[in-house]
Design a protein around this ligand. Structure first.
Ligand SMILES: Cc1ncc(COP(=O)(O)O)c(C=O)c1O
Length: 483
């Protein structure tokens, strides 16, 4: 065997707990083969084969394994039975919900991080790894136009980012008075915000949904009116959450105006940029998102806008102090915490032990460079405008608002049809489109009516898949119209 050759049969048993170097190479090689096969077959894979899941499958009843199973058998089981039985968010035809990415370089970062297993809860235990993660967060803050000195923490996603921001704001503004605190968002806000409010102990009756305009953007004057009315009623307005891309229509709230209201009224301004924030990289969209830089906190999801695998969100903040005040906790057995220049991540979130999350963000940024992300996001915007123009030109297709980013809703109108019947026909339209397994859209309810929803944010969605999607949608619309 020459050096670097992968052993056909490693000397060490593959099932030993502490995998030796030869066995490791062998496992990586076999897994790499499967992954390469998965990636190269993606264009032909169905967009949704969740129906393959068999609730009566034998493996569901498998007992706790007492003896080893051959690695090849396990890989076959995973790649043949488990992975296919799902929506396919790795497919170029996945225009559903808010697509996640699946950038391989992020997965590589995760593999390295898990293998070397550095402890990044505290700076002292892995100073270089923590600094590398801090650097990736600084880069992210710079990309989002946050002021110099801004930082934050990496989280599992925007739901967790918003919860952390809300708890920090609650501690800063409300102290013991949490049941009198009032939160504001638009009526289009993501459901993770009321969920965070509930977890944070705030009163459900004190969540205000501010009216939106005809483009589904929050109306700042209505926000101001609501704050004043609550103050007069003896309540404590303290938190406003605006959207840099809502989940239903992709609308961007007037972020700078909301920031002004928040500053004048003394509220914490949090921006939910889970879906939209990364589009600040695209020059033609940067202006609409420039108000993000004025926020006290911003939730960004690299597992959406930067195409990373699920599980990487970020909370960016102008000032780390409120996070530390809310989450700091120590014990005599712990290493000394840093107070100035360096950051112990365990002091800024509910977590203590945590994976080295930063590597799966840092590695793709370093490996590909930011221009690759900018170009890919600009392409998604181009594709969206094409899709919107195409569908707008079809008779009786209603699109209530032009896309601010890469997401819009549409439906077919049927003259003389009751609202419920029209909704049912649009639901049938969605099913007809998805049944072909080349494209997957989702639906939503806006203003009480059912719409189809198209979100173009997948790493792999390109002109040719969009052409195919548009032709599938046009044909389905035609068939439905004709009866
Ligand atoms: C606009 C918006 N906000 C928040 C979230 C919640 O993000 P996560 O699933 O990362 O917790 C989502 C998820 O799709 C979203 O689209």
């Amino acid at each position: 065997m020459v050096e670097n050759d992968i052993p056909e049969k490693p000397a060490q048993d593959l099932n030993d707990l502490d995998t030796g170097a030869d066995a490791l190479r062998h496992l990586l090689d076999r897994t790499g083969e499967r992954l390469a096969g998965f990636i190269s077959s993606l264009p032909d894979q169905p967009t949704d084969s969740s129906g393959l899941f068999d609730p009566k499958a034998e493996w569901l009843k498998a007992p706790l394994p007492s003896s080893p199973t051959d690695a090849e058998t396990i890989l076959s089981f995973l790649f043949d039975e488990i992975i296919p039985a799902a929506y396919n968010p790795a497919s170029p035809g996945y225009l559903a919900y808010v697509p996640g990415g699946g950038l391989f370089s992020a997965a590589l970062g995760e593999l390295i991080a898990g293998t070397v297993n550095r402890y990044t809860g505290c700076w002292a235990s892995a100073p270089a790894a923590v600094e590398l993660e801090t650097q990736a967060i600084r880069w992210l803050a710079e990309m989002m136009g946050m002021p110099e000195g801004s930082l934050g923490v990496l989280t599992s996603g925007a739901s967790m980012s918003t919860l952390i921001a809300l708890v920090a704001a609650r501690e800063k503004h409300l102290g013991e008075e949490l049941r009198r605190g009032v939160i504001y968002s638009s009526s289009e806000i993501h459901h993770s915000i009321p969920k965070a409010a509930r977890i944070a102990g705030l009163a459900e009756k004190n969540l205000r949904q501010v009216a939106v305009d005809e483009n589904f953007r929050m109306r700042p004057e209505k926000l101001r009116e609501a704050i004043r009315a609550d103050r007069e009623a003896g309540l404590l307005p303290f938190f406003v959450c605006s959207s840099a891309g809502t989940v239903n229509t992709g609308s961007i709230d007037p972020l700078a105006e909301i920031a002004r209201v928040a500053a004048e009224e003394g509220l914490w301004h949090h921006v939910d940029g889970a879906y939209g924030a990364a589009f600040r990289l695209v020059p033609e969209l940067a202006d609409a998102l420039s108000g993000m830089g004025l926020a006290d906190s911003l939730a960004v999801d690299p597992h959406k806008g930067l195409f990373l695998a699920y599980g990487t969100g970020a909370l960016l903040v102008r000032d780390m102090a409120p996070l530390r005040e809310a989450f700091q906790s120590t014990a005599s057995y712990m290493p000394d915490m840093q107070t100035g220049e360096h950051y112990d991540f365990c002091e800024f979130t509910p977590e203590l032990s945590r994976e080295w999350r930063g590597l799966r963000l840092w590695l793709p940024l370093k490996l590909h460079g930011i221009d690759a992300f900018r170009e890919s996001l600009a392409l998604k915007r181009q594709l969206t405008l094409r899709a919107w123009e195409h569908l707008s030109s079809i008779e009786d297709v209603e699109i209530p608002a032009a896309p601010d980013l890469t997401l819009f809703i549409f439906r077919q109108r049927f003259s003389g049809c009751e609202a419920s019947e029209e909704d049912a026909r649009n639901q049938a339209l969605l099913e007809k489109i998805n049944r072909q397994q080349r494209v997957m859209l989702t639906g939503t309810i806006v203003d009480g009516r059912f719409y189809l929803r198209m979100c173009i944010l997948h790493l792999r969605t390109d002109h040719s898949r969009l052409d195919e999607a548009l032709s599938i949608i046009s044909n389905a619309l035609k068939e439905l119209r004709e009866g």
